[in-house]
Write a new protein. Structure first.
Length: 496
């Protein structure tokens, strides 16, 4: 209901020859139950004086539509790669207010096409609004941006009822070459001794078979740790060619990088960067031998004060009985789930014994003690504890770290150091059962080598005096010893 005083005040603003009207803003915020979405007939009713007479206006039809305008599907190019003939567009769930969208001020303020590679330099375009679809039509041939990443931005897009969609932006790479890598880099973290394969697609932009291409390395020495298949005389079908990268971790911990180029085409040379970080392996554990009894544990882990469980394939859960490791496994993805699936070995005499837990944190390169959230878990032949969708949780208190001086039975060189922790100087000790060549290296937690000693040693006990340099930060360091195909590791702490 509109107060009479408001109508009189509005009427007084009109001249004698004007047709008076009253503008009414009908606010139905929070009144969905009374006025649900739909089509309504609207008219004005005037109550005239004390006699109670009424005058009715003509009816008009109006629609209440509160539902949000949403994006339909994925903006184009949906594969985030633009090749000649591709469209730059976004489709919406309802017809758009094309008249409002297409005004010069709306286009300038709400729509952008930027060259992100060049530092967000604007790219000129025309905007086409067609019912529920908005198309950006560049004013120049985008092939001149070969290899660049462009970004399209849509803001304040309204439908015919005035509902505004959420702002969107999407990047895409412009490809004018006959063939190019699907991704720009492959990054892996792995333990020393592991073998990992990764795949990447060389896609074809022509629609026809492309031949005469090869893969070349920037670093010729990378063949020791990285191989590709296929590599030479590539034949790229219209659907693209998958390249398998094999990364060999049988080398010293550290960072390894190479750029792999597709050669044989004029113009820009497409390159993919392969980065591998090889980490020292988890602390050596005694050999886990097959025993007469076995049980299975499906588990994951988290810190006591942190609710997220691990999704890192470098994390490892170790299960012990009477202090001896009887099973271990790394976290792995199985469908949508992450867990370590551990086969625990035991003898008949182990029935009913309590399981103990350790967790190797692959990111911190630290071994922790852990406890089962559900309480005590006992060894039982043929039993299974936990499942992929409900793994047993191992809880870690980050203050409880396994002793760094622990020497395990399979440490064939009896590798150790004293003092440990040390402030400046420590003695690295090892023992050989027969004369042989040996390599001793020390790495920081980033996998960077800070010391190396190589020589021929007689059988028996040996000691190397290690003097830390001024540039070494305090923290954990790893001693790696290799001899006659065998490897031992040891951790020590430098105090600054």
């Amino acid at each position: 209901e509109i107060p009479v005083a408001d109508i009189k005040a509005a009427y007084s603003t009109f001249a004698l020859d004007d047709i008076p009207f009253y503008y009414f803003d009908w606010d139905i915020t929070g009144q969905y139950d009374r006025y649900p979405d739909g089509t309504y007939l609207v008219r004005a009713v005037s109550n005239c004086g004390a006699t109670g007479g009424q005058i009715f206006s003509e009816e008009i039809t109006g629609t209440i539509r509160r539902s949000a305008l949403i994006l339909k599907g994925i903006p184009e190019p949906a594969d985030q790669v633009w090749v000649n003939g591709d469209e730059i567009s976004a489709s919406y769930s309802r017809d758009l207010s094309c008249g409002l969208i297409s005004t010069p001020s709306s286009i300038v303020n709400n729509f952008q096409l930027l060259d992100r590679t060049a530092g967000d330099v604007p790219v000129a375009f025309d905007l086409i609004c067609n019912n529920g679809k908005l198309i950006m039509q560049p004013k120049e041939d985008l092939r001149v941006y070969d290899g660049h990443t462009l970004v399209a931005i849509y803001q304040n897009v309204p439908d015919v009822s005035g509902n505004v969609a959420e702002d969107i932006e999407w990047p895409f790479k412009v490809i004018a070459q006959q063939a190019d890598w699907q991704e720009q880099e492959i990054v892996v973290r792995m333990y020393q001794g592991d073998q990992i394969t990764k795949k990447s697609l060389i896609f074809n932009t022509t629609g026809n078979q492309v031949t005469g291409l090869n893969l070349t390395r920037a670093d010729a020495s990378s063949s020791a740790w990285l191989t590709m298949d296929p590599m030479n005389n590539l034949v790229i079908p219209a659907a693209g060619q998958t390249i398998t990268f094999s990364i060999d971790g049988n080398r010293a911990p550290g960072d390894y990088t190479d750029d792999i180029a597709i050669t044989g085409m004029a113009g820009r040379i497409p390159v993919i960067k392969v980065k591998a970080t090889i980490l020292p392996p988890p602390p050596a554990t005694e050999n886990i031998v097959k025993r007469e009894n076995e049980m299975e544990l499906v588990a994951n882990w988290r810190f006591e004060d942190f609710n997220l469980t691990s999704v890192d394939s470098l994390d490892q859960i170790q299960v012990l009985i009477d202090g001896q490791v009887r099973g271990l496994a790394n976290i792995k993805a199985v469908g949508p789930f992450y867990a370590a699936i551990i086969k625990i070995q035991g003898n008949a005499s182990d029935a009913g014994k309590m399981l103990q837990f350790r967790v190797w944190h692959g990111n911190a390169l630290t071994l922790y003690e852990g406890v089962a959230l559900s309480g005590i878990i006992q060894f039982g032949n043929g039993t299974k504890v936990g499942s992929l969708d409900a793994p047993e949780l191992i809880i870690v208190k980050d203050a409880i770290v396994v002793s760094i001086n622990e020497v395990r039975p399979d440490n064939v060189f009896k590798l150790s150091s004293y003092p440990n922790p040390f402030a400046e100087v420590t003695n690295i000790r090892f023992e050989l059962d027969q004369p042989k060549d040996a390599l001793i290296q020390i790495f920081n937690v980033m996998g960077q080598m800070v010391y190396e000693e190589k020589g021929y040693y007689a059988s028996g006990e040996h000691q190397i005096r290690f003097n830390s340099t001024a540039g070494m930060a305090g923290g954990m360091y790893y001693v790696l010893m290799q001899s006659d195909g065998q490897i031992a590791t040891h951790r020590m702490i430098l105090i600054r």
